[in-house]
Design a protein around this ligand. Sequence first.
Ligand code: GLA
Length: 382
Amino acid sequence: MKLLRVLAPGRINLLGEHLDYNHGIVLPAAIDRYFEFEIQARQDPSFLIEALDFNEKWEFYWDELKDSETKGWKNYIKGVLLLMGLDSHLAQGVHIRFGSNIPIGAGLSSSAALCCGLAFGLNEFYALAKTRMELALIAQQTEHQYAGVKCGLMDQVASLFGKAGHLLAFDCISHEIAPFQLPLDGAQLFLIDSKVKHNLAESAYNQRRANLEEAWSLAQSLFPTLKNWRTLTTENALLLFEKLDTETQKQLQYVLEEIKRVAQVQALAQQLATQNTSTASLELLQQLGALLIQTHIGLRDLYEVSCLELDYLQEMLCAQNGVYGARMMGGGFGGCVLVLAHATFNLEEALPALFEAYAQQFGAVAAFYPVRISAGVQVLAS
Ligand code: GLA
């Protein structure tokens, strides 16, 4: 039987951090780091899953899956398999092999890529005819129900809908996805991985989500015609703030400010689209860089999802000549800093000293990843 091969990318997010579960628009893009899957029919109804990076195999019959004790990568496989609605297809077992070059815990959404790639592959293999959005929702539910992270939908949308050379403006209320280009010729985007991941990441994420949901219930009771955070007036925000604890006030303030920053990037992109140029003006780069820095400060001081390692790297990077701006990216408490720099910014000259200083300070070895904006999940010709 023919071998099905699927590639599922990780993602970056230019701006709109923590807005995907806060009524925002987010600006992610798929990158050229992937999970790769090979899916092949078996002779009997059993499943064999091989996680190549962990050198682990897992073999089971469908009936055993639901009650199986799982952790780590098996949670995700189990979740996707159970949520895909495979029941009428179970006479056909599969052999799935997968591996990845997306660093785990780096804020590049490796778990979303795992779930999206698997869901997409099973959808192709069993001809289930689900849409990419349905697959994204299954991948998100897997995180909620099987990994315990109440994430938004940004990572899954980026992985499934990514378009080469384009950022996506993903409206997290309407689920509309608008790919757009920013003329960044003359500049470069890259990532510096702090190589740390603090334990509280998941619980702190869920806690913030719960706080903001509570604040939203309160907002709705105070302003019954309010549709979402985007349309909250400054006057009503002040009234609401009076009723919130300090922590939630700061978190909501971050959300409201980040919503405005995303709108600014969208306005810039529109303005540039009409100018029909591929080269970024210095002004655009400076404006974008400043927005990245503001977002970092908001995530650090208001949303409080940064950490000393990320703050150190962000500050050192921003102090370099030729860097327009940098910010922590993703859920936080570790992972990567996203950097916007001039195209001629000399990485070989700048990074060794920075990495050395970072290692001395924190005992961790940072890493550099170039960013190439790539297509979303796809079948690979075998
Ligand atoms: C994680 C979540 C996403 C999103 C980001 C923060 O990556 O999985 O849904 O909330 O954090 O923007």
